[in-house]
Design a protein around this ligand. Structure first.
Ligand SMILES: [Zn+2]
Length: 197
């Protein structure tokens, strides 16, 4: 059987995280064997998502292409506090815990010397320019409780001017724990008992 379209579909599925060659082949065959509606819907959903979803130019969260996200557009939020996180998924976890009503800033990862990721690879200069207008008086670092999270937190606290209070979520977050996988009650406690730098 030499169907280039099938091979291409298998290849495409196998680029997804957690999908090996075998699963990719199973998925590809499932799509082909299903009603053509299944494949068309999948293809359409992917095309639409890729072309319409972008990143908020302010905080970095997912947003309609070229627009601010729903959180940055929410004027009922507290402008004086920015919560700094590594990934968009962390914002979703914190929002689900209902423990924070300020704005967010997504770095796009952690500083990780071993992986060759330095401050210049993260959205740190964007963070500094947001703070620069003087309206922000507190920064909460909601970073992973890992070595890279620690490195990132220390770096950011070292470059922030002293008139901005910097605190970090600590209480209750397990060491090595990623925020995304932490439950809402624990996140909520971690916000209440945040510690100053
Ligand atoms: Zn935003």
């Amino acid at each position: 059987m030499n169907l280039v379209w099938l091979e291409e579909l298998v290849e495409a599925f196998s680029t997804l995280p957690g999908i090996g060659k075998k699963t990719a082949r199973r998925l590809a065959l499932f799509v082909i064997e299903s009603d053509s509606e299944v494949g068309s819907r999948l293809a359409k959903a992917i095309t639409e998502a890729v072309s319409h979803i972008g990143r908020c130019p302010v905080c970095g969260l997912y947003a309609p292409s070229g627009e601010n996200c729903h959180i940055c557009n929410d004027f009922n939020r507290d402008k004086s506090i920015i919560c700094v996180v590594s990934r968009p998924q962390d914002v979703l976890a914190i929002e689900n815990s209902h423990s924070f009503s300020g704005f967010y800033h997504i770095l796009g990862g952690n500083i990780s010397p071993l992986d060759g990721i330095g401050p210049q690879d993260l959205r740190i200069s964007e963070l500094l320019s947001r703070i620069g207008d003087g309206k922000v008086n507190e920064l909460i670092l909601a970073l992973d409780n890992t070595v890279d999270g620690d490195t990132t937190a220390h770096y950011i606290s070292s470059i922030i001017s002293s008139d901005v209070k910097v605190s970090r979520l600590a209480a209750g977050l397990p060491f090595g724990g990623e925020l995304e996988y932490t439950d809402g009650v624990t996140i909520s406690r971690a916000f209440r008992f945040r510690t100053s730098f």
